[in-house]
Structure formats: structure tokens, C-alpha cells
Design a protein around this ligand. Structure first.
Ligand SMILES: [Zn+2]
Length: 328
């Protein structure tokens, strides 16, 4: 049977493993010159605010150096396949519908064997539809907006037939080109549903060179985070608690942004489309981190700050007066 998705060569796998070991000893240093060259274009003046919440998900502890190159403290960090919901006065939408029911057969089976074991979600992982059902007072989503076209950011769509998808045109072009998909577990999720392509045709915002104002009111701005995939974007949302930037997989954990550390060589170099560009994007996130609260999709600690149900449980347990919801 012909392959339906690209499989890394033996050489690519060996070089990823070698990169993991090398990166543990000698992590790639930040490019101070590039850092100094980045300008901050500031933020738009938003005319409305949105609510951002993270849906419930199981957290898996992963050894830190498997995520953040050359970093050994703390020993483990939490990783999760989180989906976010943004409520705007005009529409409610999902960012990164991450997991479908029966994900092993419907999505992970299309991944190369070398990645399957590393990316397999832990037992109890919730599908996006199951996590949605656990939320109260949540309007039905009007559309989905993946930060990029990887299986763990779109396959939840398989259980949401007909839900429209907004996708960056560069990303759609990349994932659709040719008979063999560049990555597995994605194309099926995009089939047979309305697809709205957009371009990053707006001005620079913060430290990012291109943008797209989703509702035209400055409250949700999509920014260019290319590198992990050709058309990766971040979702910059104006909330009552300030600006939040959902950063997809431009970083897997906030420590990468704080320390300017790229993803570990394995599996990082097998999943980053353009490692150099991804590293540059990390520099841009590093500089933006004081203006916006940056939430990498898989960073469980960061996304838990956007969990309403968790906030409720915490408050019930500690009997603290609600000093403000954890949702934003
Ligand atoms: Zn990804």
C-alpha cells in the first residue's frame, strides 16, 4: 500500500537522535544579534474583549530535556493535548481541536512508527467533544481555528462534522499539496467541511511581522509564528485580564520561551518544518512574553491557568473567596 504521509528516512531519525544527545550537552545558544534586531510594533486598540478558556485534559509528565533542549530542572514538566475556546460577541470558536475519539486508529496510525510511541496520549485523554461536554455555560462553537495542521491540533474535528474551519492559506497549501501528505493524521479532519482560508495580510503586531484581525475589532489578532510548520500562527486575544497569546507548537513549554531553548532534537527536529525559522520565532516570543501571557498549546501548567472547572475545584477545596475567575 503506498504511503499516505511522509515518513522520515533512517538518516533523519539518526540525526534527530544525535541532535537530542548533542543538545543535552550543548544547547543551541540564543542569537543575541537577532534578538537586538527585533522591533516591537505594539498592540492595536481593541474595541471589545473576549473570554478564553482551556478545556479539561489529562496531563502527562515528561522529562524536561525531552521537551526543552539542554534543560534538566525541573526534572519533569506537564504536557497535555489541550483545546481552547474563545468567546467573542460575534462567535464562539475552538482553537486547536486536538483529540478525536479512537485517536489511535483514526489519527496516530497515520504517523511514522518512530513518532507513534513518543506522541501517544496518556490513558484517560479526553477527546475534544468529551471535554466540550464537560463544560457548563459554553455556547456551541461556530467554527474551529487550528494554530497549525498537525494531527494533535485538528483531529478533534473528526467528531465535529460540518464545523467550519478557518485555516491560514500558507498552511492549507502545505498540507494539501501532492499525493503524499507532509504529515499524517490531518487531511481526513479537513475533508467535507466549509474551509475559510485567511492571509496574514495585516501589519506587524508586537514582535511579529504579519497579522490578521479576525473580527476587525482588534480583539483577536492572528500573528505569524512560522517555523514549526510553514503557516503556524498564534492567537492573540484581548481579555479582561490582559492579552493572551495562544502559541500552538511554536514552543512546547513556556521554559523554551523564557530561556530561548529550542525543542529537543528528538522528536523536535522530526516535527519542526524549519528549525532555524522556529528558533527565530522563539526569540520573538521571548520578547513578547511581558506584554502578553503566552500559552503554548501543550504546556499544561500554562493552560491550566485558563481552566474554569479547575479554578472552581481549587476554590472549593481551599475555601478561598473567589478573587477572580481563572478564565480570562
Ligand atoms: Zn505541531
Amino acid at each position: 500500500m503506498p504511503a499516505s504521509a511522509h515518513t522520515p528516512s533512517l538518516l533523519e531519525c539518526c540525526s534527530a537522535a544525535a541532535g537530542l544527545v548533542h543538545g543535552m550537552v550543548r544547547p543551541k545558544p540564543a542569537d543575541q544579534r537577532f534578538l537586538r534586531s527585533i522591533t516591537d510594533a505594539g498592540l492595536p486598540s481593541p474595541r471589545s474583549t473576549v473570554r478564553v478558556r482551556a478545556l479539561e485534559q489529562v496531563t502527562r509528565p515528561v522529562p524536561t530535556p525531552m521537551i526543552v533542549e539542554g534543560l534538566f530542572t525541573p526534572r519533569h514538566i506537564g504536557n497535555a493535548l489541550t483545546t481552547f475556546v474563545i468567546e467573542h460577541p460575534q462567535a464562539t470558536f475552538l482553537v486547536d481541536p486536538s483529540v478525536c475519539d479512537d485517536y489511535r486508529r483514526r489519527a496516530i496510525a497515520q504517523l511514522p512508527g518512530v513518532l507513534r510511541a513518543v506522541v501517544s496520549p496518556p490513558p484517560g485523554t479526553l477527546s475534544t467533544v468529551a471535554a466540550l461536554a464537560n463544560e457548563s455555560n459554553l455556547p456551541a462553537p461556530d467554527f474551529a481555528l487550528p494554530t497549525h495542521a498537525h494531527w494533535d491540533h485538528v483531529c478533534g474535528l473528526l467528531d465535529l462534522p460540518g464545523l467550519p474551519v478557518h485555516l491560514h492559506r500558507d498552511e492549507h497549501r502545505w498540507i494539501s499539496a501532492g499525493p503524499i501528505a507532509p504529515v499524517g493524521g490531518v487531511r481526513d479532519s479537513l475533508l467535507d467541511r466549509p474551509l475559510v482560508e485567511y492571509d496574514l495580510d495585516g501589519p506587524p503586531v508586537l514582535t511579529f511581522t504579519r497579522s490578521h484581525d479576525l473580527f476587525g475589532d482588534g480583539s483577536v489578532i492572528l500573528v505569524d509564528l512560522a517555523g514549526h510548520t510553514p503557516g503556524s500562527i498564534g492567537v492573540l486575544a484581548h481579555t479582561e485580564r490582559g492579552w493572551i497569546l495562544l502559541a500552538g507548537d511554536a514552543a512546547w513549554h513556556h521554559l523554551q520561551i523564557d530561556e530561548i531553548r529550542q525543542k529537543s532534537g528528538f522528536p523536535g527536529s522530526l516535527v519542526d518544518f524549519d528549525r532555524e525559522l522556529a528558533f527565530r520565532t522563539l526569540h520573538r516570543l521571548h520578547l513578547a512574553r511581558h506584554t502578553a501571557t503566552i500559552i503554548p498549546t501543550h504546556d499544561a501548567t500554562a493552560s491550566n491557568t485558563l481552566r474554569t472547572t479547575l479554578a472552581h475545584k481549587e476554590m472549593t477545596r481551599t475555601h478561598q473567596a473567589p478573587g477572580g475567575s481563572m478564565e480570562a
